[in-house]
Ligand binder design. Structure first.
Ligand code: PEP
Ligand code: MN
Length: 338
């Protein structure tokens, strides 16, 4: 349930209502609306009679929230959430650019790529240390050594780092060492992992599951938020359809829908969505036009030699060229680069 206060409601009226709701065993989340305060009420709200609140001074409207996701719901939090990723703001009017190789391979590869994507305009370095591969015989990532290499690249470039976690056992380690923790498509419904991540305060980049509906995806965000961490960034990375000419099908309509349903920022990853480097620039431009809050692009300093996802990785020059276009596009849409 949400309670929308009148614009002129006083602090005292809002405070007394919150107090009353807590006494009745409810959890109250106070959020800023466009020109008023919105109280999100969680708990056994079926026990409450909306009319008891409608007659309180300062209350404008009382509305049920029928969707199963509450904290992620835009009704609960009408304004866009802006997530602070170690100084880089994701959400709102700025476009965030995550870039880097699919997997961290060695010192030269990650630092060379990091310096080049930073020069091109990237804000956050993304590289996999733990790789969820379809085959157990494929390269699984450098794991802790990869994490250490990412830290060195961060030291060299000053860029915050984003990398994928696979096991709940590593949450504490990632919380200490990583700026943005990525949950990959294959773990979107690993509820133990999500709940554990909810106990940190770290920004979590939650990728859409291979065949997940928007509702299922938002319920996964809700797991993290319900456990106490409001810092969730959604990442559309393509879904599985009947189409086989591309790795996945990029759901840009989903990005538009998400902005209506949730206040959480939405980043688009065109690289995994199509699987072909030559398609990535056009899809990235389309994502910005659809209102994406950020892009996540795979870039490798030598894609032909990449240990993972070389076919969809841009060269640093291709990334530069794309960024030059995107910076003009962002301006056209009245936004800013980060
Ligand atoms: C990745 O980001 O490298 C990755 C494995 O992505 P996804 O989980 O979207 O497949
Ligand atoms: Mn990849």
């Amino acid at each position: 349930m949400i309670i929308i206060m009148k614009p002129q409601a006083t602090e005292e009226q809002i405070g007394s209502l919150c107090h009353d709701l807590s006494r009745q065993g409810m959890q109250v989340q106070r959020n800023a609306g466009v020109d008023c305060t919105v109280l999100g009420v969680l708990g056994d709200v079926a026990r409450l009679d909306p009319h008891d609140f409608l007659i309180q001074p300062g209350v404008e409207r009382v509305m049920p929230v029928s969707e199963p996701f509450k904290k992620a719901n835009r009704k609960f939090h009408p304004t866009d959430s802006v997530i602070d990723c170690s100084g880089v703001k994701v959400g709102g009017r700025k476009l965030a650019l995550f870039a880097g190789p699919c997997s961290v391979e060695n010192y030269d590869q990650i630092t060379d790529t990091a310096l080049k994507v930073r020069a091109g305009g990237a804000n956050i370095l993304r590289g996999g240390a733990y790789k969820p591969r379809t085959s157990p015989y494929a390269f699984q990532g450098l794991k802790l050594e990869g994490l250490a290499l990412l830290e060195q690249a961060k030291e060299l470039t000053g860029m915050p780092i984003c990398t994928e976690i696979m096991s709940p056992k590593l949450v504490e380690e990632f919380d200490r060492r990583v700026d943005v923790i990525q949950v990959g498509a294959r773990n979107m419904q690993n509820f133990d992992l999500l709940t554990e991540l909810g106990q940190t305060h770290k920004p979590i980049l939650l990728k859409r599951g291979l065949s997940a509906t928007i509702n299922e995806w938002l319920m996964s965000a809700e797991y993290i938020m319900a456990a106490g961490n409001p810092n969730v960034i959604l990442c559309e990375r393509g879904i599985r359809t009947f189409e086989t000419s591309m790795r996945n099908t990029l759901d840009l309509a989903g990005v538009v829908m998400l902005h209506k349903m949730t206040h959480l920022p939405v980043v688009v990853d065109p690289s995994h969505a199509c699987g072909h480097a030559w398609m990535v620039p056009e899809l990235a431009k389309a994502a910005v036009a659809a209102g994406a809050d950020g892009l996540m692009i795979e870039v490798h300093n030598n894609p032909a030699k990449a240990k993972c996802d070389g076919a969809q990785s841009l060269t640093p020059n291709q990334f530069d060229e794309l960024m030059q276009f995107v910076s003009k596009e962002v301006e056209f849409f009245g936004k800013k680069m980060n």
